[in-house]
Unconditional design. Structure first.
Length: 160
């Protein structure tokens, strides 16, 4: 009788282990695949360096001081993905804070990468709280296509 009980217990144990092994293995892979199916696709968020200026057409401008200490304007679409520059030239200007009559003007032209406008001369600090940025669609710079007034450039001067 003891032998029969021992045999029945060993059969029961073998049956339970043989069922548990595939269920455990199947449970881990199945739970991983269902978890992956439930998770939304990761969205890539692009960051715009420098001062971010929202455009009227839904895009963005990134105004920064590059490693050569020059102004650089980069162009971005509404998803903050870099795009080709849609302006030929730009100017950044402000009144000198001492007398209010002398004006600093930086002219920016198309950079080597074709996606940004870069100033040929170095930036002189301190930068103002109220500057005006004009974008021109043609190289003559006669009529501005876009104007962005009262731009605070002091945050650009704080970056190394």
């Amino acid at each position: 009788m003891k032998l029969r009980a021992l045999f029945a217990k060993s059969l029961f144990l073998a049956a339970s282990l043989s069922m548990a092994g595939p269920l455990l293995a199947q449970g881990t892979s199945a739970s991983n695949s269902t978890d992956a199916a439930k998770k939304p696709a990761t969205t890539v968020t692009h960051t715009i360096p420098g001062l971010v200026i929202a455009r009227d057409n839904g895009g963005f401008l990134g105004l920064e001081i590059d490693r050569n200490n020059n102004f650089k304007i980069s162009f971005y679409n509404k998803n903050k993905v870099p795009v080709v520059a849609d302006a030929a030239t730009a100017t950044i200007s402000w009144f000198f804070h001492d007398n209010g009559k002398e004006k600093f003007i930086y002219a920016l032209s198309l950079g080597a990468d074709g996606k940004s406008l870069v100033s040929p001369r170095a930036v002189v600090l301190p930068l103002p709280r109220r500057a005006v940025l004009f974008l021109f669609s043609d190289a003559t710079g006669a009529n501005p296509a876009e104007a962005y007034r009262n731009q605070d450039l002091t945050t650009l001067g704080a970056t190394p």
